[in-house]
Design a protein around this ligand. Structure first.
Ligand code: PLP
Length: 428
């Protein structure tokens, strides 16, 4: 099959259709993928940051095959073993008091449903979200999204109010220390709540660690401070763990790194390494009680799909048995984080290195002092040099995100750092 033939009928996401020139991928294994010319790449994008167990993990593949033979599909009103077991395992990873799981097909619809639950639970209309965020491509999810991908779909009627979260490298609050940034971001959020009218606000939705917007781990006091504001004003706290969860941040949920207990957690991607589409909402007892005798007005044909939940059960069990989450934490602390910081010392084009676990951003700048972002064309030149060297990072704006699988071999990390070093020398 030729490239042109294959592409004639696929309408691509987020793209001008006449301008797209996708890589043609023919196979993948672990942290490596192959294109149709036989080139092999280290997949440090984990695709869209979801192959947390790498490509083709045998236990997950086998679980899908076995489930397909046993019971390939099932409507959501029925109970079945893998659906119940996936919910039990996922609730077991969440903080105590979040015991129910509503399954969706992915991350955007998880956020849609979390927001619907919060609105029905509180009887309030508005949702507060951060400008530096991505929450999905469906209507409500893209409206709570802060980044400019929202603009073409922003109806302005979704009852969404946005605010700035903490991000010291590009502070909106003129902060010089992390403590100042945290305190000022919380004061700004409190003023936003007060000015909007607390009794009109159903929920605050935040990525625990904002991902696509730049991998910005919040200061330690920020999320507990948001929790306090939510408690004070009766607002539901939704933490979006779609990208940061399931080992990515070196913890089962990124929120485990902070002293915070949300009311709703949304997840997708790494829950089963994206082998079969799956997302969901983990629900607090109080919100679940709202729907104990009043029907929840929402559902999906494929909610808790047997193939997807079988993959989740296998993925979570494999991650547990193989120590995958602890490995991601170690990689961040001992290898990937220090390696990227070393590159920053050598290459002035690196303005900032941020991250945790296997969740790292390298921010490219035209000028280290002014922090002016590297122009897109120059960033793309670095990306092209990476690709020529055999490295596939996740790229957005003036950043490279180095987000390999949680079980990437140490040797692959070392090789990737060498490739990036070479690309920064030649491409920037
Ligand atoms: N939330 C976050 C934090 C994400 O990163 C994404 C996707 O990248 C989504 C939600 C949307 O997930 P999906 O594309 O599965 O709908």
């Amino acid at each position: 099959m030729t490239h042109a033939l294959m592409d004639d009928h696929v309408f691509y996401s987020w793209s001008a259709q006449a301008e797209i020139d996708p890589m043609v991928i023919t196979g993948a294994h672990g942290s490596r993928i192959r294109d149709d010319a036989g080139n092999e790449y280290l997949d440090f994008s984990s695709q869209l940051v979801f192959t947390n167990l790498g490509h083709g993990h045998p236990r997950v593949v086998r679980a899908i095959q076995e489930q397909a033979e046993l019971l390939c599909t099932l409507a959501p009103q029925h109970a079945t073993g893998v659906r119940s077991e996936a919910a039990r395992l996922i609730a077991g990873l969440a903080p105590d008091g979040l015991e129910k799981v509503f399954f969706t097909n992915g991350g955007a619809d998880a956020n849609e449903h979390a927001i619907r639950m919060a609105r029905l639970h509180t009887g309030r209309p508005k949702v507060l979200s951060a400008y530096r965020s991505y929450h999905g491509g469906t209507q409500t999810a893209v409206n709570v999204t802060g980044d400019p991908r929202r603009w073409p779909s922003d109806t302005g009627t979704a009852g969404v109010v946005r605010f700035f979260g903490p991000f010291r490298y590009r502070s909106e609050f003129h902060a010089e220390t992390e403590e100042q940034e945290c305190a000022r971001a919380l004061a700004h959020l409190r003023r936003t709540i007060e000015a909007e009218g607390p009794a009109t606000i159903a929920a605050i939705i935040l990525e625990t660690i904002p991902g696509t917007a730049g991998i910005m781990p919040p200061p330690p006091g920020y999320l507990p401070g948001v929790r306090e504001l939510c408690d004070r004003f009766g607002i539901v706290l939704i933490l979006d763990e779609v990208m940061a969860g399931f080992g990515r941040a070196g913890a089962w949920f990124a929120l485990d790194r902070y002293d915070v207990r949300p009311d709703l957690i949304t997840f997708a991607k790494g829950v089963n390494s994206g082998y079969v589409p799956l997302g969901g909402v983990v629900i607090s007892d109080a919100i679940a009680d709202t729907f104990a005798h009043t029907p929840y007005p929402g559902g999906l044909t494929y909610s808790g799909h047997p193939l997807a939940t079988a993959a989740a059960v296998a993925a979570i069990n494999a991650m547990t048995d193989e120590g995958t989450v602890a490995n991601a934490d170690r990689l961040g602390r001992d290898l990937l984080g220090p390696g990227l910081r070393e590159l920053a010392e050598k290459h002035p084009v690196i303005g900032d290195v941020r991250g945790v676990g296997v969740f790292w951003a390298v921010e490219l700048v035209a000028d280290r002092d002014t922090r002016e972002p590297l122009p897109v064309a120059d960033t793309l030149a670095v990306v092209a040099a990476c690709r020529r060297a055999g490295l596939l990072p996740f790229t957005t704006a003036n950043r490279l995100h180095l987000v390999p699988p949680c079980n990437v071999p140490d040797a692959d990390v070392t090789t990737a750092l060498g490739m990036l070093d070479g690309a920064l020398s030649s491409g920037s």
